[in-house]
Design a protein. Structure first.
Length: 329
């Protein structure tokens, strides 16, 4: 920075203001400093910056699957918001592995980032409380969060009930849920199944265990196999609530291969309102978490933690809607 200041004929403070993109720098002065930076090949040293300011200017984002449409879109929102605040984002994929999730809190990001936004799926609440130190942390998703940790989520029970209510309003009475996943110990499916069941009971409809379909995994092909298997067993339904849009894509394929029309014979409701919903045939109605608001509120809480807030955890519930398309019009 001394070399840049000498080359540009300015103070160290001015160079710092340009490097940190402060707005109150005259355009001509900024251009002169930037030219000196380019000529000298100056790059900020993150280690030195942390020693001087206590910050790295970087945050970590830990997600279960970076190729899942929902997590991909959430990551994009968070990266955009962080960039607007002058931060860079390190993205880590945990693949819902408990050891990898514990490492996010225990040691993997120690000293590298100023804070962590984390969507866990399998780590226990007590482990979060035990492993979480003073590193600023905000949790996303359905995991139970300790009272000391910030957490942003939607109300999955209410969202599932809204999805079922929409299907019932179409005159459907045999609504299937796709589906429970073998070996899944997370609370996501439990809450969505609860909302599905509550909506049926509120409508004075019986709970039919055979309409709660089980899948062997989380891929679209697993949902396709589950729906196809149910039809082969003689199970009949006139609507489906799916745990996510990938499952809905699999359900659409199974119904088409069975010669059933959507929505004529079976109405289909996805979940997450991801980009895939506009490119299926028919286009897919979907429960729509406010992903931008989830990202915005999570970032606001993290910034407050990084700025010195040490109070109890804030637990925020963000809104959702139902986006209506051709599969359940």
């Amino acid at each position: 920075m001394v070399d840049v200041a000498e080359r540009a004929g300015v103070s160290l403070k001015t160079v710092s203001n340009v490097v940190n993109d402060y707005v109150h720098v005259q355009p001509a002065l900024r251009a002169r400093v930037q030219q000196a930076i380019d000529e000298l090949g100056y790059r900020p040293n993150l280690t030195a910056r942390r020693l001087a300011t206590g910050r790295t200017g970087m945050v970590a984002l830990a997600m279960p699957e970076i190729d899942h449409p929902y997590f991909s879109e959430m990551s994009s929102h968070l990266a955009d918001i962080a960039a607007e605040a002058g931060y860079r984002v390190i993205i880590e994929q945990t693949l819902s592995d408990p050891t990898a999730e514990q490492a996010v809190l225990r040691d993997r990001e120690a000293g590298l980032v100023d804070g962590v936004i984390f969507q866990p799926t399998r780590i226990a609440t007590l482990d979060i409380a035990r492993l979480h130190d003073d590193q600023p942390l905000v949790l996303l998703g359905e995991v139970e969060a300790p009272v000391t940790t910030d957490h942003v989520m939607i109300d999955n029970v209410a969202a599932a009930a809204d999805g079922v209510a929409h299907l019932l309003a179409l005159g459907r009475e045999k609504v299937a849920f796709v589906g429970l996943v073998s070996g899944d110990i997370t609370s996501t499916n439990r809450r969505r199944l609860l909302g599905y069941q509550e909506a049926l009971l509120d409508a004075h409809l019986p709970l039919r265990p055979e309409l709660v379909l089980e899948c062997q995994g989380f891929a679209a092909a697993d949902a396709e196999a589950s729906v196809a298997g149910a039809l082969e067993r003689g199970v009949r339904f006139d609507a489906i609530l799916c745990r996510d849009d990938r499952f809905a894509v699999g359900a659409l394929r199974a119904l088409r291969r069975a010669g059933l029309s959507v929505p004529g014979d079976v109405a289909v409701m996805g979940w997450d309102d991801t980009v895939v919903t506009g490119y299926t045939t028919p286009t897919l109605s979907s429960i729509a978490p406010d992903k931008r608001e989830l990202a915005t509120r999570a970032w606001q809480l993290l910034e407050e933690r990084m700025s010195g807030y040490h109070g109890p955890g804030r637990h925020l519930v963000v809104g959702h809607g139902v986006t209506v398309r051709e599969s359940a019009p």
